[in-house]
Write a protein that binds this ligand. Structure first.
Ligand code: CS2
Ligand code: MG
Length: 416
């Protein structure tokens, strides 16, 4: 029998979970958070935000998770994870794994606060001084996009994702007039957008030819094809981008079919990144074991939390792949805070996406991470270093929003 008094900091009685609640707030966009309180008075915060499906996760937590948490030992992080994963019977999926992630991150936050240590120290200590990030530049045409890349470079960013308008398309993916942030869920029902691959395939190489001509070869450039291409189209794009040496081409083709990446690999050495829509190690396994991708983007909030993403990172390391966590503004500052501690520790770190949250969001989620010269730095506060101002959060009621959909110009339903 494990001696409960010594299996983690604080007494077993102190670690008892006495309450937990879901907090839905919308400071500029919707966020779902989980607060878990222990008998000691120490509480922990987890992110449960799933863009466009927020209330599904909130309901899953309220009806199927929280009743099972009360009375549990907050120090039994792994056992709680296994209970929520195996005990669900209906395994995996974005809603279940986001709910499990919220609990997992909140319990790691509590452990850090009880131990008086920042999360990265609990994971194994610092592997790097700072976390390399990439910003998001976009424009209506290559000239405008290049000016935006220059703006990020002037701010000290060493890596920038570039997205650009596509001739003939009113709302191509990733182009926004907002500086820094990008919010695709802009309507209560999905906005219908049009997509044309031929026009896109012509534009992208011209974009990166312009970016390399304007900004040289030192800055790291990334691009997100956002699941839009067939495997052979993705292979063509990856090959056409080789002269411009991208850091990565992301979501080149829908990743349910790993064989599609075999085809891309046969035609190109452009590095590939995938995984922001994955929610378990099982989604990642074939792509990593067959070395079909170079960066895994699976994020802490959507893939079962720190406990599970740690397993994904270890599998990636076995196959020489690196992490490149998703970090859009529809992942709350709680996820960014936890991710930065993970990024600070993980040996096979690659890069961290960083789309700056709005000031409204940051006011609701005070945090201790900082940006300096293109690197993010987690703080030294115990836990993940992010809190939630519930009084301020209450001023922002939930605002029903869903992500867009895409159709081809002939009306065929496509991947947004
Ligand atoms: C994008 C995201 O950041 C990215 O790489 O794929 O902006 C994605 O479109 C949103 O997170 C969807 O909610
Ligand atoms: Mg993406």
């Amino acid at each position: 029998m494990v001696d409960m008094q010594t299996d983690s900091p604080g007494s077993e009685r102190d670690r008892r979970i006495v309450a937990a609640r879901v907090i839905v707030t919308s400071p500029g966009r919707n966020f779902v958070s989980l607060l878990i309180e222990t008998r000691s008075g120490i509480s922990g915060l987890g992110d449960a935000t799933l863009n466009g499906r927020e209330l599904a996760v909130a309901a899953y937590l309220e009806h199927h998770v929280i009743p099972n948490l009360i009375g549990r030992d907050a120090g039994r992080i792994e056992d709680t994870w296994q209970f929520l994963y195996r005990g669900a019977y209906w395994r995996r999926g974005p809603v279940t794994m986001t709910a499990i992630a919220a609990v997992d991150v909140a319990l790691w936050d509590i452990l850090g606060k009880m131990a008086g240590l920042p999360l990265y120290r609990l994971l194994g200590g610092r592997s790097r001084e700072g976390v390399l990030v990439y910003g998001h530049a976009s424009g209506r045409d290559p000239e405008e996009t290049s000016a935006e890349v220059g703006r990020f470079a002037a701010q000290g960013y060493r890596a920038v994702r570039a997205q650009c308008g596509v001739p003939g398309l009113a709302k191509p993916y990733g182009v926004t007039r907002m500086k820094n942030a990008y919010e695709p869920a802009e309507s209560e029902l999905p906005l219908e957008t049009l997509w044309s691959t031929p026009a896109y395939l012509d534009m992208v190489p011209r974009l990166f030819e312009r970016l390399r001509a304007d900004h040289g070869r030192e800055i790291e450039l990334l691009h997100d094809a956002h699941h839009r291409l067939t495997p052979i189209e993705a292979a063509r794009l990856a090959r056409d981008l080789e002269p411009f040496r991208l850091f990565w081409l992301e979501d080149a083709t829908p990743a349910e079919n790993p064989d599609g990446f075999e085809l891309i690999r046969r035609h190109s050495v452009t590095p590939l990144a995938v995984g922001e829509v994955f929610n378990s190690v099982w989604d990642c396994r074939a792509l990593l074991e067959r070395q079909l991708i170079d960066y895994i983007r699976t994020t802490i909030v959507h893939a079962g939390g720190i406990s599970h993403v740690r397993r994904i990172a270890d599998l990636a390391a076995l196959h020489r792949a690196r992490t490149g966590f998703h970090g859009a503004t529809d992942l709350s500052p709680i996820t960014l805070g936890a991710a930065l501690h993970f990024d600070t520790w993980v040996p096979n770190f690659g890069i961290q996406e960083y789309m700056q949250h709005t000031q409204e969001t940051d006011a609701v989620f005070p945090h201790d991470y900082t940006l300096r010269e293109g690197y993010l730095h987690c703080g030294e506060s115990p836990g993940h270093g992010v809190s939630l101002d519930e009084r301020l959060a209450a001023r922002y009621p939930y605002n029903p929003r869903q992500l867009p959909i895409a159709r081809l110009t002939d009306g065929t339903m496509w991947d947004w």
